[in-house]
Write a protein that binds this ligand. Structure first.
Ligand code: HSE
Length: 442
């Protein structure tokens, strides 16, 4: 049979899907722009035309480079829920509480589907929102909440639905990856690179959500909920990158590693427990994640049956994030509705295992007096705490002092913390030793 196409076949037969957008920042404006620029293609994929009918934002008069006069304006985003010409709410305001949460909950209670890019909201209130969405049979979609243009949620909830995920880890924050990559490339220190990143718009003026690991943690909690089990957000161990120096990046490179801020989830079959944390890690230079630089994000999965898989791409910005929102709009238009965590049975959120109990190799960096006997003293502490050394290297700091870097054999996190406490008390050790986990995800 020869495929033919006629105007009648090309015309969507279902009514238009009418969208109400709350929040006209970078993502909200991007969604409007991309819907306009690709209208025939998107309606052909959705089987319906996709029409923005109403909008709401804080400042009506702000210049956004878009003609908004065809859309009905609501000062109060909650009015979008009661607008009869809105079939679906796009919550693009952000924040785990306040207006965004109120809007999403009100819409779900009213049976109006919601699409959101709000990672903090899903990470902190995913369990409650799942109940709401299930009890009212109302779709809640959130592809844009994790890793911008990388279809991470779709890949896991649909593509990997047939596999048991043993582990997943990734670079989920472009700001941190940009800072660490630039520090390594240029040898400049953290504060200097952060300041420049803020001046050039790569980093937020208030950077702590990114650089202290919270943005990564929000995304990780969502991924853990789908890959493994929903987790209690407050039980995650979260550590950022403020304390990483250009020296550490250089020492790590010399030892065959790179430093990345990773979010990791592992399912421990024995005990059926979940490991989930955000920490700067040393990863071997020959791994795929080690080659992901600048603002790029990446994720690696270890599937029981599908094996390892890595995907990288742009994790933020207008184009990538708006594309993820539009993928959700098309899913909704097609009638695809998956439960929030991708499973029908209800799983209560669990506490993650304490990192102190986890085993791995570690990088330990110390500033010490460059005098006889210092390595013997340090070795004695490591011996007493049951820490076995794989490699020790010295890097000159000043005429009297040197940096020592130690790579350990796998050991409990609690043992390395105890060792660092005892090392800090030695008179030949200056300042607090730095501990960085060595992550072996391939
Ligand atoms: N601020 C994030 C980042 C993007 O730097 O990757 C939005 O989550």
């Amino acid at each position: 049979m020869t495929a033919t196409s006629s105007p009648a076949e090309d015309t969507p037969v279902f009514p238009s899907l009418r969208l109400g957008i709350a929040g006209l920042g970078t993502v909200g404006c991007g969604v409007i722009r991309q819907l306009q620029q690709q209208a025939p293609l998107l309606s052909s994929r959705a089987g319906r035309t996709l029409t923005v009918t109403a909008i709401s934002a804080r400042d009506r008069r702000k210049e956004r480079g878009l003609d908004l006069k065809d859309f009905r304006w609501h000062d109060d985003p909650l009015d979008l829920v009661h607008d009869e010409e809105v079939d679906c709410i796009l919550e693009l305001i952000g924040g785990a509480e306040g207006t965004a949460r109120n809007l999403v909950e009100t819409a779900l209670r009213a049976g109006k589907p919601v699409i959101t890019a709000n990672k903090a909201l899903i990470a902190l209130h995913g369990d409650h929102l799942t109940r709401l969405s299930q009890s009212t049979q109302t779709p809640l979609l959130f592809e844009a909440s994790v890793a911008g243009g990388i279809p991470a949620i779709k890949l896991m909830r649909e593509g990997l639905a047939g596999d048991t995920i043993k582990a997943l880890g990734g670079i989920l924050n472009g700001t941190c990856n940009y800072i660490l990559s630039t520090m390594e490339e240029t040898g400049r220190d953290f504060d200097d690179v952060l300041k420049e990143a803020q001046e050039s718009g790569f980093a937020e003026a208030e950077p702590s959500t990114d650089i202290d690991g919270w943005d990564t943690a929000h995304k990780l909690a969502i991924l853990a909920g789908i890959a493994c089990k929903p987790v209690i957000f407050d039980s995650l161990t979260v550590e950022g990158i403020r304390h990483i120096t250009a020296h550490d990046l250089e020492f790590a490179r010399k030892l065959g590693y790179r430093v990345k801020l990773l979010g990791m989830v592992r399912h421990h079959a024995k005990g059926d427990s979940v490991e989930a944390w955000v920490r700067p890690c040393l990863i071997a230079r020959d791994t795929k994640l080690a080659h992901v630089n600048g603002v790029f994000n990446a994720l690696t999965w270890e599937g029981t049956y599908s094996g390892p898989m890595t995907i990288s791409g742009r994790g933020a910005g207008e184009g990538p994030t708006a594309t993820a929102v539009i993928a959700d709009i098309i899913d909704l238009a097609r009638g695809n509705h998956l439960s929030l965590w991708g499973r029908v049975t209800k799983t209560e959120p669990v506490r993650t295992c304490p990192v102190e109990a986890l085993h791995s190799s570690f990088y330990l960096r110390l500033l010490v007096d460059d005098t006889p006997g210092v390595i013997a003293d340090i070795s004695a502490v490591l011996r007493d705490q049951g820490v076995s050394v794989h490699l020790i290297a010295q890097h000159d700091a000043t005429e009297q002092r040197a940096y020592l870097t130690v790579i350990t054999h796998p050991v409990a996190n609690s043992a390395i913390i105890n060792a660092a406490t005892h090392l800090k008390a030695l008179s030949s050790v200056h300042g607090a030793p730095l501990i960085i986990t060595i992550e072996s995800l391939s």
